[in-house]
Ligand binder design. Sequence first.
Ligand code: ACO
Length: 274
Amino acid sequence: MTEAKAPYARGGSAEDASVEEAGLRFEVDGEIATITLARPDKRNAQTFATWSALARIGENLPEQVRVVVVNGEGPSFSAGIDLRMFTPEGVPGQGSFGSVARQDQASFDTTVERAQQGFLWLRRPEIVSIAAVQGHAIGAGFQLALACDLRIVADDVKFCMKEPALGLVPDLTGTKPLVDLVGPAKATDLCLTARVVGAEEAYRIGLAEQVVAPGELAEAVQEKAAQLLSTDRDAAAATKRLLRGAPGRTLEEQCAAERAEQGLRIRALFARGE
Ligand code: ACO
């Protein structure tokens, strides 16, 4: 396994922090990339630097990668946003919500949009992302798991959308996948009560594809990655485009999209066979 040399400058700001300084590890092994939240002593709490580093990993993802695993070191996947952001001192080099609150809406949009870019790329058609989730996945941690295509969880998982309890809304791209997965009524229940969802319920309502014992999580994720790599790369990307686009299309539009993708596939296969 090779540890990707981060093409990121070192510096004091969230944007400049290296992957390691942002509390992450990024490794590429053939067609599988692994992102590890690596601040277990702080339960993998996330900062602006975390999201900025995630965005840069997405922007620089090696082309051969087809599966991206997102996992967290230690007992918790992620305890959400670093609570120091709510203190007057904030996180060293990154300020606090106090400073963010003084931004006008346009600057605020830019700040949050950059953070959201750390999550959005995990849905790209060219890859399948898998969140390997154990222990707490709170707030931004829950949203990071939701940003992935699939969630394989340990039976001690505790999902919690805590933002509304703290006077905030979930804004790290999590609301749409949550509604898509569990429907608006259940999403309302989960968000507006900020209650904890354990493994059994997560599996039952479609938040998790698979539940395993904590000690079996890594192996289960590797098995899923191997299964995902067993299909044709281009056909997998085209199929993911179709599946992702399906909720926003009528049946007729979806049929047209299937024909368009299949035309490309057939022509590519025929050209390959010649
Ligand atoms: N931000 C900063 N530090 C954190 C965070 C966090 N979100 N979560 C945990 N830590 C730190 C603790 O301060 C503690 O540090 P210390 O050892 O220096 O005192 C260390 O991580 C371990 O935390 P414990 O609370 O001792 O761990 P435990 O396993 O008992 O509990 C739990 C884990 C339940 C996750 C608890 O830490 C917690 O409730 N954290 C806050 C969760 C939260 O409210 N997150 C914000 C969600 S909203 C959003 O993300 C936008």
